[in-house]
Design a binder for this molecule. Structure first.
Ligand code: AHR
Length: 502
């Protein structure tokens, strides 16, 4: 395969918002308990948090972290999770059929986030609750003091307000599986009332209305139109969620998952702008892609689901997908898709962070390790700074069962005018052929290759596991050369690559 790319710093899409590198911690399976928190672990700090996990989360380069759900939030009573630990109730979590001990709550999670250097993005329960409870949580979190709830926070050990800016108005309210699932109109009206109430208390909050749980939902498109018609003036973001998996052995379609993400984003942007036009509004609604990843959801439905009425385990092993090289290439490509739409996707959360469909895995009492998907996320988070640039692609296509003819190579670039660094992120989706890619960078002026790293393997199913935690990693791509304003690089089949120029 040979492909030609052109990069020009004038082809700017938009600034790369750090919030694109957010993640998600849900009270689900072993994400919190036996994940970030394990008081008996040899690496645990005084608060019971695993410091080995904290170090890996820092290395991953996560910005905003969405919390505490997910489906969990639609049955959650936030006040259960604050105050003296020994008095916190044990609750049945209907979403994941587990027992929630509330040992880790808002204060503990905020303290953990301080340690990893992340921003808290809080979801409120609009499944089984409404504006009043959301207001209470906002008062508890963001008011300095002098009211019952804010003083309660101070009494519970946090003198300064949490100062939470981003708030999700519920979670996946379009999904029939969601506790309190509603029609678009019902949800839109509830989200609008809640948003207005929250802004009456704190005018500076940034609010996310629930979009579709995925683009295959029967209500997709119409859901966004109706919800935004109800909430346009009240919210800042509409959410997108998308999970991809290889099905029926169709690796070719799976590797093209980012094509679906591209179309998903562009359709939601079109829908938001349609509502803007109808309302004659000057305001722009952006996308918070606050759940995305590879998730073998069929396996969860087939195997993992716990349904017996007397079976409410604490932190069971749920959704513990073990990711392959091919999965990591798709994750790298999904990041490329987010960056390609940096003008409208200004926040995103990799779902999730630890153990549950996660880049980081842990064993109780044992090690923590990086899944294959850790690498493209960590490198993109580190290198994608400045502005996202549209890359002109002249590449051959291949036929997929799911998406028709799609490009064999996908790419995006970022350019940081302050440091002079340009980064290029590329995938080769071919199952069999390496690609020789020439990149015209004449418009950048003089530049040298600082680094080129590739994730690939002759075995695309290779994984990192407890037994072999470092089986897959990044390899220096020594093929990258530069001459006369043209970079030439070879990309192995089924691979993801990051190239740094300066
Ligand atoms: O991330 C796992 C689950 O996927 C979340 O709880 C839910 O919002 C989505 O369906």
């Amino acid at each position: 395969i040979s492909a030609r790319l052109t990069i020009d710093p004038h082809f700017e899409v938009g600034p790369v918002n750090r919030r694109l590198f957010g993640s998600f911690v849900e009270h689900l399976g072993r994400c919190v308990y036996d994940g970030i928190y394990e008081p008996g672990h040899p690496s645990a700090d005084a608060e019971g948090f695993r410091t080995d996990v904290i170090e890996l989360v820092r290395e991953l380069g996560v910005s905003t972290v969405r919390y505490p759900g997910g489906n969990f939030v639609s049955g959650f009573r936030w006040e259960d999770s604050v105050g003296p630990r020994e008095q916190r109730p044990r609750r049945l979590d209907l979403a994941w059929h587990s027992t929630e001990t509330n040992e880790v709550g808002l204060h503990e999670f905020a303290s953990w986030l301080d340690k990893v250097g992340g921003e808290l993005m809080l979801a409120v329960n609009l499944g089984t609750r409404g504006p009043l409870e959301a207001l209470d949580l906002l008062e508890y979190s963001n008011v300095a003091g002098g009211s019952t709830l804010s003083d309660q926070r101070v009494a519970n050990g946090r003198t300064q307000p949490f100062g939470i800016s981003m708030w999700c108005l519920g979670n996946e309210m379009d999904g029939p599986w969601q506790l309190g699932h509603r029609s678009a109109e019902d949800y839109g009206k509830l989200a609008s009332r809640t948003a207005k109430a929250l802004r009456q208390l704190d005018a500076d909050v940034e609010l996310v209305a629930c979009g579709s749980s995925n683009s295959s939902m029967p209500t997709f498109g119409e859901w966004e139109r109706v919800v935004l018609t109800e909430t346009y003036d009240d919210v800042d973001f509409i959410s997108c969620h998308a999970y991809y998996q290889e099905s029926d052995g169709d690796l070719g379609s799976f590797l093209a998952s980012a094509v679906d993400m591209d179309r998903f984003i562009e359709t939601v942007v079109d829908t938001a702008d349609h509502v803007k036009a109808v309302k004659r509004s000057d305001k722009q609604i952006n996308i918070s892609f606050d759940e995305w990843n590879v998730w073998y959801v069929d396996r969860y439905h087939d195997v993992d689901r716990i349904t017996a009425i007397d079976d409410w385990p604490i932190a069971p092993r749920l959704l513990e997908d073990v990711y392959s090289v091919a999965d990591a290439v798709v994750v790298g490509n999904l990041l490329i898709s987010l960056l390609k739409h940096a003008d409208r996707v200004t926040a995103a959360s990799l779902a999730q962070l630890v153990n549950v469909i996660a880049p980081i895995m842990t064993e109780p009492g044992g090690p923590a390790w990086r899944q294959t998907t850790f690498f493209p996320f960590a490198v993109t988070s580190k290198l994608a700074t400045g502005s996202a640039l549209e890359v002109k692609l002249e590449v051959p296509e291949y036929e997929t069962a799911k998406y028709g003819a799609v490009p064999l190579i996908d790419a995006v670039a970022t350019h940081d005018a302050q440091t002079g660094t340009t980064s290029v992120f590329l995938v080769n989706r071919s199952l069999s052929d390496e690609a020789t890619v020439t990149i015209d960078i004449a418009a950048l002026g003089r530049a040298a290759v600082v680094s080129a790293q590739t994730l690939s393997d002759t075995d695309v199913t290779a994984k990192n596991t407890l037994a072999e935690p470092e089986r897959v990693g990044l390899i220096a791509n020594d093929s990258a050369t530069i001459a006369d304003g043209v970079v030439t690089i070879t990309l192995p089949p089924v691979s993801w690559t990051a190239l740094e120029l300066n």
